[in-house]
Design a protein around this ligand. Structure first.
Ligand SMILES: [Mg+2]
Length: 166
């Protein structure tokens, strides 16, 4: 079955929408020459690394940033380069899928039978990932994109991994 995965989104999870509380700094990130302004918190990386290490789990990106997260996000939040779920550009709502459903399909394919925790802010991600055929045991930790990832989210994930992760 393999080690558990801890999957992390960027926008709305590590990069909250609102001007955040202390610990965050403003960064300009320019993947492929397009500049985005992000709020990022250097405490997040060590917290996520500790969570994964305690459970013997593997951290990976689950974000439309894909590999760009390793260049632009990882060093600013205190994470090493991570594997990433390959998520192609969203083809658009005319496919009958939402952004969350498109992402969930690729997350499920990447995880296979491995248990996983997924920190995500797409509002329909929970039901979308549960509906994917063959998806393994998982916990979707729904993050409010206004505030982003909090210690309460990490505690939920740690409790679930302690029970299902090994
Ligand atoms: Mg997001």
């Amino acid at each position: 079955m393999g080690n558990a995965l801890v999957l992390v989104d960027v926008d709305g999870v590590l990069n909250p929408r609102d001007r955040p509380h202390r610990g965050f700094k403003r960064h300009r990130c320019s993947p492929n020459g397009v500049t985005f302004k992000l709020w990022l918190n250097r405490a997040h990386g060590p917290l996520l690394s500790d969570l994964a290490a305690a459970a013997g789990a593997e951290l990976a990106w689950a974000s439309y940033w894909c590999d760009s997260a390793n260049e632009w996000i990882a060093p600013r939040v205190g994470l090493p380069a991570l594997p990433f779920v390959p998520i192609p550009r969203f083809p658009g709502p005319e496919t009958g899928r939402t952004l969350g459903a498109w992402k969930a399909r690729h997350v499920a394919a990447y995880a296979g039978a491995r248990p996983f925790v997924w920190f995500e802010d797409e509002p329909d991600a929970t039901e979308c990932v549960a509906a994917e055929a063959g998806v393994g045991p998982h916990l979707l930790v729904a993050v409010d994109p206004v505030r982003g990832l909090t210690e309460a989210h990490l505690a939920l994930a740690a409790a679930w991994l302690a029970e299902h992760g090994a």
